[in-house]
Write a protein that binds this ligand. Sequence first.
Ligand code: NAP
Length: 310
Amino acid sequence: MAMTPIRLAIVGLGKIARDQHLGAIEATDGIDLVAVASRNASLENVACFADIHELLASGVEIDAVSLCTPPQGRFEQAKAALEAGKHVMLEKPPGATLSEVFALETLAREKGLSLFATWHSRAAAAVEPARVLIAERTLKSVSVEWKEDVRHWHPGQAWIWEPGGLGVFDPGINALSIVTRIMPETFHLVRSELTFPANRAAPIAASLAFETKSGLPVAAEFDWRQTGPQTWDIRVETEEGTIVLTHGGSRLIVDGEAQIVEEDREYRNLYRDFVALVTKGDSDTDFSPLVHVADAFMLGRRIETEAFED
Ligand code: NAP
């Protein structure tokens, strides 16, 4: 028997909500958008409110919220939703601190609600095939290059440069979400250099060195100053040859041969998974990418560079 669709509200109708969430919800069975809570934006044909508190007090019937706001402030929104008995889907990164996301995990469990800490890059087409392939091979090293033009991808996003906005880790955490998924063993940070513009509270570049439990190197370079071609690549060297994920995990090249080139289905996969979690009464709260970012700040040697102007 078909289930009643989950009645969903989006909170924070900004770039990612418009670029990805609206279309993905529309394309997913079992979930309907019925409301939006956003201070400066609204949508036709759904109930609109200024913020989540107005939404929750309104009496409009919803089962779940999808939080598409910046990470700072998302804890209060998620907490309010869970306390009101709503399932919660979190954009990445799941919060501004580790302690707040662990608190949400506990609250969701106590309330018997689903909490989904999404990592959209993990849902990219080449990630699961790469994980399977790596598990069959003998790993030698991993290197990540995640280099993009902040002016192009994050124009006018003041929050991203504020404490909790993560700076270059806002995209860099996507790489870490893939590496934590495809690696057959855990890894931990051994060196971190963070480059901060003189006028900003968040880094514009990061150079990280990790080691796996068995001592293999994992290197990551994140940079927001890349103009021209953009780079979102993960290169995995194995005894049997090289596996490369490119285009943010949507393409796979194995020993020089292109294997997977697929259209972007990341957000449709996320909503399919959210429907399944809610239906089963489960949560998915792997915060390991955020743990690595927190470590990078804890161990980070700070380098100052010239002021950055939008
Ligand atoms: P954005 O364009 O700034 O949109 C966020 C929206 O949240 C704003 O439009 C704003 O709408 C609302 N909001 C509520 N409180 C806010 C506050 N204190 N400051 C600023 N906005 C506030 O950001 P975004 O790019 O959509 O990113 C949102 C989240 O999605 C981030 O965690 C980001 O990492 C993630 N994400 C973004 C992308 C991307 O390509 N941009 C990709 C994947 C994931 P109102 O003013 O109407 O309230």
